[in-house]
Design a protein around this ligand. Structure first.
Ligand SMILES: C[S@@+](CC[C@H](N)C(=O)[O-])C[C@H]1O[C@@H](n2cnc3c(N)ncnc32)[C@H](O)[C@@H]1O
Length: 268
């Protein structure tokens, strides 16, 4: 625990919060696309103290983890990139439309995150950058997270880095059912990691979890409760693919539509 505390302390100097809250509106936007009860249940039972989240956006899921226990600290990674030009996903979402001007200001997303998470700043370290660049920094500072939640670029690039740097951590994430045309790009890297680690792959709706313990009855219940939603998500993905779109409504490049889903695993 002392080592974790030292690493967090050192990272809080490497990624300091500003001295004042940015004077922009908070954006309490939670992008929860289902199945997170699987993670909440795991947090309640195993009580991880240090969580790394890759793809924090406005801290929607970070707040969900923090709410589980006052002892949890989260390192939130995101590039909070500059938004420019139209985007079908942002522009069609009611909250995205509401904050469209704010987000397109210089550092709009980053400042919105800081303002939104201001009251949690003693329990959150915000590391601005891409997961593949930040994870080695966390490792070099001695951080050994208990849990890593990935909700980032859908291609699972960070998964093999996590396997290498943090073999003991439980890895989980979002986007299991995120579809790019006919392809589910998150599924192969997740299934590969579960095989490499010889761990159990659990899924519920959009959420996946590579666990070192077998399914419990409570987890099976969560999976069962999510089943109708999983079918709806698969159906919607299929409808979008027929119109040449990914799950965010963006057009898919033709090159991606011949993708190989042969790795697909049974959702149970
Ligand atoms: C779907 S949003 C995350 C939503 C958030 N977890 C929630 O529950 O509200 C995805 C985020 O991932 C970030 N992102 C994309 N690629 C990333 C990468 N390689 N490393 C870290 N963050 C990334 C994006 O900037 C975006 O903010």
């Amino acid at each position: 625990m002392t080592e974790a505390f030292t690493a967090l302390e050192s990272l809080s100097h490497r990624f300091p919060w500003p001295s004042q809250r940015p004077s922009v509106p908070a954006v309490p936007w939670v992008m929860d696309y289902g199945g997170r009860d699987l993670i909440r249940h795991l947090i309640a039972v195993r009580q991880p103290r240090v969580i790394v989240e890759i793809g924090a956006f406005m801290g929607g899921s970070v707040r969900q983890w923090l709410a589980m226990s006052p002892d949890i600290k989260v390192v939130a990674i995101d590039p909070w990139p500059q938004i420019e030009g139209p985007d079908p996903f942002w522009d069609s979402h009611p909250i995205g439309r509401l904050h469209t001007g704010q987000f397109r200001e210089p550092d709009g997303l980053y400042l919105a995150f800081l303002a939104t998470m201001w009251d949690h700043r003693n329990r959150v370290i915000h590391a601005r950058g891409y997961g593949c660049d930040i994870l080695p920094v966390l490792h070099a500072h001695g951080l050994r997270p208990d849990l890593i939640y990935i909700d980032a670029d859908k291609r699972g690039e960070e998964i093999s880095i996590c396997d290498e740097l943090f073999p003991e951590a439980i890895i989980c994430g979002d986007d299991w059912l995120w579809c790019d045309g006919w392809c589910y790009p998150t599924q192969k890297p997740v299934a590969d990691s579960a095989r490499r680690r010889r761990r159990v792959l659990k899924t519920a709706s959009n959420t996946w979890l590579i666990d070192d313990r077998p399914w419990t009855a409570a987890e099976r219940m969560i999976w069962l409760r999510c089943l109708p939603q999983s079918f709806v998500r698969r159906f919607r993905a299929w409808m979008r693919a027929r119109h040449g779109c990914d799950s965010s409504g963006n057009p898919v490049s033709p090159a991606k539509n011949g993708c190989d889903n042969s790795h697909q695993v049974n959702e149970a």
